[in-house]
Design a protein around this ligand. Structure first.
Ligand SMILES: [Zn+2]
Length: 217
């Protein structure tokens, strides 16, 4: 049975591929970090054809009307580098019917951890192959051991979770997701796949309201 308390104590004995570093950075208390090398080049993943078709249905000029693209891209990045939690700052989609030689899709993101300087560019050159090339900037990721970060749950990811919450309680869902995390993911502090119980309660509540199981007035 995995223990969820006293992580920083047990990490010293369990770290394998990743490393733990200590830095004082001028503060009285030395900070402990989870560090890991970024994956070797080339890095890429393929966007599922179905996912792309659904995104394109919501395209308007050079943008998507839904934020589900952030779920699709973040999930793809996790297959090559699972430890950072990415937020996205800009993106562009090739206009429908455009003959210009520009990528079908491109976006830039950054790691949400305060001490981590990792940034990422994702580019899909061709809509036929749907190969998404991932270019990381920065040599090493750096996450403080006392920090946890997770992406906001939006769009389709929210709907998917709300369906699962029809058969289990938010706290149960949270604990089960936590139990599924590998040791190195646990150490990295990235909790993209482990929503908090509070967030899950909100999702369950909104769903019940939508389906009329709760009277709002
Ligand atoms: Zn990071």
């Amino acid at each position: 049975m995995r223990q969820f308390g006293n992580f920083s104590f047990t990490f010293f004995h369990q770290i394998s591929s990743s490393t733990l570093s200590v830095s004082s950075k001028g503060s009285a208390e030395p900070q402990q970090f989870f560090t890991h090398k970024l994956p070797n080049k080339p890095c890429f993943f393929y966007i599922k054809h179905n996912d792309w078709v659904k995104l394109k249905r919501k395209q308007e000029n050079r943008q998507f009307k839904s934020l589900n693209w952030t779920n699709v891209i973040a999930k793809g990045i996790r297959t090559v580098h699972p430890y950072c939690s990415f937020g996205f700052k800009r993106y562009t989609v090739k206009s429908l019917g455009s003959r210009k030689k520009c990528p079908a899709f491109a976006c830039s993101g950054y790691c949400l951890f305060e001490d981590c300087s990792v940034q990422v560019d994702v580019k899909v050159e061709s809509e036929y192959s749907l190969r998404a090339d991932v270019i990381f900037h920065g040599d090493m990721m750096n996450h403080r051991l006392d920090q946890l970060k997770r992406r906001r749950i939006r769009s389709h990811a929210r709907t998917k979770i709300s369906k699962k919450l029809s058969s289990k309680l938010p706290r149960q869902y949270h604990l089960e997701s936590l139990m599924k995390l590998e040791e190195d993911m646990m150490e990295s502090g990235c909790r993209d796949d482990v929503p908090t119980t509070g967030v899950l309660k909100n999702i369950a509540y909104s769903e019940r309201k939508k389906t009329g199981c709760i009277r709002t007035k």
